[in-house]
Design a binder for this molecule. Sequence first.
Ligand SMILES: CC(C)(COP(=O)(O)OP(=O)(O)OC[C@H]1O[C@@H](n2cnc3c(N)ncnc32)[C@H](O)[C@@H]1OP(=O)(O)O)[C@@H](O)C(=O)NCCC(=O)NCCS
Length: 201
Amino acid sequence: MRAMRPAAALGARISLRELDVTDIDDAVAIVGDDEVTQWLSFDARDSYETAAMIQGVMERAALSPRTEYYLAVTPSTSIQMIGFARLGLEGVKAANLGYSIRHADWGKGYATDAARTMTTFGFEVLGLHRIAATIGPDNNASIAVVEKLGFTYEGCIRDHVFTNGAWRDSLLFSVLECEWKLANHLLAEPGGDTGPRPEAP
Ligand SMILES: CC(C)(COP(=O)(O)OP(=O)(O)OC[C@H]1O[C@@H](n2cnc3c(N)ncnc32)[C@H](O)[C@@H]1OP(=O)(O)O)[C@@H](O)C(=O)NCCC(=O)NCCS
């Protein structure tokens, strides 16, 4: 499997790029917000915790082999980070997908485009075979994102994460490389919307 560094990809309305220390303030607006973290597996982080988180992301990005692509989501027209998209490589040619968008920008299609762009990056650039997403049962916005992208529901992982002081189930969704390519092929017919191809890093 190829390792890409620095990684970057273009979507229809967002771009993905590597994180750096200048992103800390924008990151606090995401992972420091309870509206966002209530759906994640950790509590809201202050600026020190967020700086440590970004430092960790940067260190892991430099590892060989690379096991994580934790990228900043920016609108196409700006370099300001408004969210994260992550592929955590796990197992054989497999990865877990995650994403977050700052609360002020929910409902604009950014997560759908970021998840689509990251999934295409995973299959076409990294050569993955399977991409999975685990989502809280009440997280209807995130479920809508993977369903729009054609992920298949596989089942419920019981007591999967401990968050907000309690165990929580996750719903497991996945998409395989052949399904993704087939769907994009079909959508590439006249009138279809394939979404853009990733930019080679
Ligand atoms: C989940 C999240 C990333 C979605 O971001 P977003 O940019 O608002 O998502 P999009 O605009 O691309 O699409 C959201 C879809 O969910 C739908 N949606 C939003 N809230 C919903 C709700 N309560 N019930 C059902 N659908 C909902 C929207 O209508 C939209 O679908 P549509 O395009 O068919 O109308 C964002 O809410 C977030 O950051 N949440 C906190 C972190 C998180 O949950 N991350 C995922 C962990 S698995």
